[in-house]
Design a protein. Structure first.
Length: 261
């Protein structure tokens, strides 16, 4: 699990994605700094496959990237890539000033994401808030009334959050009867750039650290389902963007069906 620390940039999440036609199980652990960042050696020659991987994992601007086996020993990207079909991996990302570093470590494919305990329980009203959306409008609790609302909590450097944008857009397109809202602690400027870069179609409210803290979100992406009265139905961290596990559609419809029984 990705735990939020003093600097809200540390996150962990089990994911199942696809890369170069290979199914992978991915767990992310992003922390603000390494115990020994100097041990990370600069990557030299970069293949097109590695460039694609870096792009998918939001590592394009990272100057130092080290790949490790399950024991923590340095390996090449080619060796790392060969193990992806049978392993997951964790990723520690750090940005100190303009220096960005990352350690990508192979993990056992049997690793499971721990259950997250949230501060907001099912049946509780969504915390009162009033925030500016990236479209310039003010969004508050009234915007969560009248329809079931799906809320996506994300941040701009979260690789699985980036990966899931097409799924989010497709969900909104298929399910016009639902409202959707993306929530991030990123600044409004960062949120705007994220939406432009990923083409996220959901209305987004930024600078929501206090709201996120009240709910107890510590792993990303996290999804919450609210009923037409703005009451929490259920909350869960992460979904399978590749469509091999629980999808957002299935989760939402199952939660509503269970509630109405």
């Amino acid at each position: 699990m990705i735990l939020l620390s003093i600097i809200p940039r540390s996150f962990f999440l089990m994911r199942s994605l696809s890369f170069a036609a290979v199914g992978l199980l991915i767990s992310f652990a992003c922390t603000p700094q390494f115990a020994n960042a100097n041990s990370v050696k600069p990557t030299k020659a970069v293949s097109s496959a590695e460039l694609e991987f870096r792009d998918q994992m939001a590592l394009t601007d990272y100057q130092k990237i080290e790949y490790q086996d399950t024991n923590g020993s340095s390996i090449t990207f080619v060796q790392f890539q060969k193990k992806l079909s049978e392993s997951g991996f964790s990723m520690e990302k750090s940005k100190v000033g303009e220096q960005a570093t990352a350690i990508v470590k192979l993990q056992s494919g049997k690793t499971k994401a721990p259950k997250v305990k949230y501060k907001l329980a099912a049946g509780s009203p969504f915390p009162a808030f009033k925030l500016h959306a990236t479209d310039g409008n003010v969004v508050d609790n009234e915007a969560l009334r009248g329809k079931y609302t799906v809320v996506s909590f994300y941040f701009s450097e979260c690789a699985p959050c980036i990966k899931e944008v097409p799924m989010l857009n497709a969900f909104a397109e298929r399910n016009k009867e639902f409202s959707t809202l993306a929530v991030t602690f990123d600044s409004p400027d960062e949120a705007k750039k994220f939406a432009q870069r990923t083409r996220l179609s959901w209305r987004t409210v930024a600078g929501a650290e206090e709201l996120i803290g009240q709910i107890g979100v510590k792993s990303y992406p996290t999804f919450a389902l609210l009923d037409p009265n703005g009451v929490l139905v259920t909350i869960e961290n992460g979904f399978d963007a590749a469509g091999k596990g629980t999808t957002l559609d299935k989760w939402v419809k199952s939660a509503i069906a269970s509630r109405t029984q």
